[in-house]
Design a protein around this ligand. Sequence first.
Ligand code: HEC
Length: 217
Amino acid sequence: MNLKSNPAIAAICIVSFSAFLSLSLQQKPWPVPDAAKNKKNPVALNDASIASGKALWGTHCKSCHGTKGLGDGPKASQLSTDPGDFTKTSFQTETDGALFYKTSEGRDDMPGFKTKIANANDIWALVNYMRSLKKGGITPTTPTTPTTPVKDTVKKVEKPVVVTPPPVKKDTLKKENPPVIKPETLTVQEQITRLATRVDSLERLLNSVKARVDTLK
Ligand code: HEC
């Protein structure tokens, strides 16, 4: 079979190969013993410790992890494991103890630094530096003076004038005079008598008009 003549099969091959590639490059879970995970960082998170961590980072870590911890250092392409992106929440939510443990012990392509960086506090300072790689940065524990609030430059949106119709006064409403006698309450007989009187008065009116017409003749 010729792949060129069958684009569908060629596409499937490309997709599954790239899936295999990304899977093989993905980090496998790196378990950290609970005791190591819960170790407290003895080095305060402040500008000074971040600065000393940064210096060590430049010497020992940058080549693989990149200046900003994105995993894009010059050596990264030669690694068979993805060094990861240290700006990510998934990395930043790891405990200080876990980052200290992984940096000290290492695994596969990641060298262990407990002999190269003999002073444990230097590794803790590196942990503090890795915290500063977080998206949006970190707030060191050293308090900084609060900045003066920025003047509100946004024009306050004028309240829309809501036109409400004046409330209809109850007494201005024409009260419909209730009919003295509701027609439906009248019996058929009563209605006939009423109609008869009406016919009578109309007859009388007609007669008077006739009489008037006669006088004009
Ligand atoms: C030779 C390349 C290389 C150097 C140098 C290197 N790393 Fe790594 N690092 C890796 C690789 C690859 C991984 C991923 C290892 C794995 O998951 O098996 C890693 C993983 C890590 C992790 C764990 C990441 C996670 O997602 O939990 C930490 C923390 C770390 N490195 C810190 C450091 C520090 C700090 C330094 C410098 C003192 C350093 N690394 C130097 C290659 C390197």
